[in-house]
Design a protein around this ligand. Sequence first.
Ligand SMILES: [Zn+2]
Length: 196
Amino acid sequence: MLHFYYGVMGSSKTAMLLMQRYNYMQLGLKVALVKPAIDTRISVNTVYSRVGLQAQAEIVLEKGHSIREQLNWLAVQHAHSDFQYVFVDEAQFLTEAQVLEMADMADDLEIFCYGLKTDFMGNFFPGSAALLRWAEDVQEVPGSLCWCGRKATMNTRVDGKGNVIKQGEQVLIDNQDEIRYIGLCYRHWREGKSHG
Ligand SMILES: [Zn+2]
């Protein structure tokens, strides 16, 4: 089955992914950790959580990559048979073709995708839109709060001075101009208020 667990920035999605993966590994199950190449926090293959957990991804998926081919390659490298569980971090950066391939593979494989639903402008990421369409299990990762105490649902881009930015490229990860991302409630995202 293909699963999509989505949440805003700060909802500890990656920590949840890493804990779930750890639990499966403790049971002796064969797991693979995958991340799209676009996320360059820390280093290319590190899956990093804000609460401090981290792990090395076995597969860094480039835009043109087939995940089926990559998993087959990994199985050969590790000299054992196919993986039973696949975990994908930052799944919003998957391409539509990769999500469709995963949906087809998920007849006999459990694939857990964790990621953002929408970008800082409130638009879908390509990977998220595809996952919302085709994943059989879609769940929200709760836990992120706006500064006002209400549930944060909107990913918000702010500059070094805390000003909310509403326009620009969809993906800006390398901390250019001290850009960072926070979660706000819908009202405060709409009003552009990043603090009280
Ligand atoms: Zn708020």
